[in-house]
Design a protein around this ligand. Structure first.
Ligand code: FES
Length: 494
């Protein structure tokens, strides 16, 4: 395996790489830098296949890059089913491809997890925009906060956003996403009453309001958190679509490619085809060019571009062709993508025979939408509703962001796909509401919450560019009286 996919010069990001370390992949020494995930380090030197399907026959590449799929399951220091896209590199670690269902590990180098119990006012699950904002608001009100995130750094998907955010300056308008992540993460770490656990996965809610959190690392901990309130800000997962060979390595979520390029400074390929012209598809197209990847085109199944005009105009200026009313029909290659075929569709969105176009590419990015990451709320017993405008199943909540499980709040993309500005606002509304529930009942808190609700519903969400999300959020927001009925099982208006 050879190649060098590290981005050396980038027009926006100055990649500051950490200390050089050596680890072993299939017994071969690999050079990497502290702060990278194992997968990013392998990708940088040319690896594209990281595991195999459960029957051991089909190769699997990188897809989501944030630990949300199972494309990269590997054996790390004897431990199978390790997602190497969120496993940090470290000196001497030994990594092997996982070929199908793994054997139970009988012997590992890991010390058994110690069980630690802690009490806190608020547990925040997820350190993206909503979770960071909620943590800071609660900490400023003098409450004790535990913040857990399954990645090894805070910031969520802000980390990979290099464009300047639109909107109001008070919600970080005009600042690049990764700069917002840095700023908020620093503020969080400075707060004595916010206890941060990274590489920490909240695996479920148990009786007596205890949340189990598996904290990975050299000294693993089974953290049993007993919070008075919980705010879930678990983000979203990327969707895929059906077509021939849609699992070939080289087919990746657009967000996965952003993580590689913008978080780790690794070029995800040489020639890319984008499927979907929503904001993510448009933004990733020009980010690929910044990273030195040739973009052969954007295929969009609808007759119109899905994303905002400002992004589409930029893509057009850069000369990237759009293929409207086209979808991907086939990926071609034996062990990785070598070509991709798109076809024009008819009014029923069926491919029209004879309209195929084939491109030489090693990368196909699927920008076909996100779905809320609802697993925790579902396990906790929250009532969910399927809302296409929000990307899938989303918890029913009051306007104060409390779900049908009392004292379990929700904010950000986990509450239905929208965008970062609303994640900040929802995070703050959830935190203020939780604080009021905990007895921090100052007039100024209620006033601030009312102002935020008014801005969110009567100003920000009235913009035509977010009208679809607004319609979706209306479908899952109920009054407090209706929520009481839902909790008693007496409400059938869902
Ligand atoms: S879990 Fe690693 S690529 Fe999705």
């Amino acid at each position: 395996m050879s190649g060098n996919y590290r981005i050396i010069k980038h027009p926006i990001i100055d990649f500051r790489r950490g200390r050089r370390v050596i680890f072993y992949y299939e017994d071969k020494a690999i050079e990497a830098y502290e702060g990278e995930s194992i997968l990013a380090a392998l990708y940088a030197v040319g690896y594209r296949v990281f595991s195999y399907s459960s029957d051991g026959k089909r190769p699997r590449g990188a897809f989501c890059m944030i630990g949300k799929c199972s494309s990269c399951l590997s054996i790390v220091d004897d431990v199978p089913n390790t997602r190497i896209c969120i496993e940090p590199v470290r000196e001497g670690v030994r990594v092997y491809k996982q070929r199908g269902i793994a054997e139970v590990p009988r012997k590992t180098n890991y010390t058994p997890a110690e069980t630690v119990e802690i009490n806190t006012d608020a547990l925040i699950i997820g350190g993206g925009p909503a979770g960071l904002q909620a943590s800071l608001v609660l900490a400023d009100l003098g409450l004790d906060v535990v913040l857990v995130d399954d990645h090894f750094r805070l910031g969520g998907q802000l980390i990979k956003q290099t464009h300047r955010f639109f909107g109001d300056k008070k919600f970080y308008g005009g600042i690049r996403g990764y700069n917002i992540a840095e700023k908020l993460s620093k503020l969080v770490k400075e707060k004595k009453n916010i206890h941060v656990y990274t590489r920490a996965y909240a695996y479920g809610l148990f009786r007596n309001n205890i949340v189990g959190v598996a904290v990975r690392g050299d000294k693993p901990v089974n953290l049993l958190v007993k919070p008075k309130i919980i705010i879930g800000s678990t983000g979203a997962c990327e969707k895929t679509i059906f077509f021939e060979n849609n699992d070939l390595p080289g087919i990746m979520g657009a967000g996965g490619a952003q993580t590689l390029m913008n978080e780790y400074g690794v070029r995800p390929g040489d020639r890319a085809l984008i499927i979907g012209s929503g904001n993510v598809g448009l933004i990733v197209s020009y980010q690929l060019l910044q990273a030195g990847v040739k973009v052969v085109g954007i295929a969009e199944i609808l007759p119109h571009i899905g994303g905002w005009f400002v992004h589409a105009a930029k893509v057009r200026r850069l000369g990237i062709p759009f293929y409207m009313r086209h979808t991907i029909t086939k990926a071609i290659g034996s062990n990785r993508v070598e070509k991709a075929e798109i076809s024009m569709v008819n009014d029923k969105f069926e491919p029209i025979p004879g309209s195929e176009k084939v491109f030489d590419v090693d990368l196909v990015l699927l920008a076909v939408g996100l779905q809320p990451n609802y697993a925790f709320y579902s396990q906790a017993g929250a009532v969910l509703k399927y809302v296409p405008e929000l990307g899938g199943l989303a918890p029913i909540r009051t306007k104060y962001m409390e779900t049908s499980v009392e004292n379990l709040y929700i904010a950000g993309d986990a509450s239905g796909i929208e965008e970062a500005t609303t994640a900040f606002i929802e995070g703050e509304i959830a935190a203020l509401s939780a604080a009021i529930k905990l007895g921090v009942d100052k007039e100024s808190i209620r006033k601030r919450r009312d102002e935020l609700l008014d801005y969110l519903w009567n100003e920000y969400r009235l913009s035509p560019v977010v009208s679809r999300a607004r319609a979706g959020k209306l479908k899952v927001t109920v009054s407090e009286e209706e929520m009481e009925k839902i909790r008693r099982g007496e409400y059938d208006g869902i």
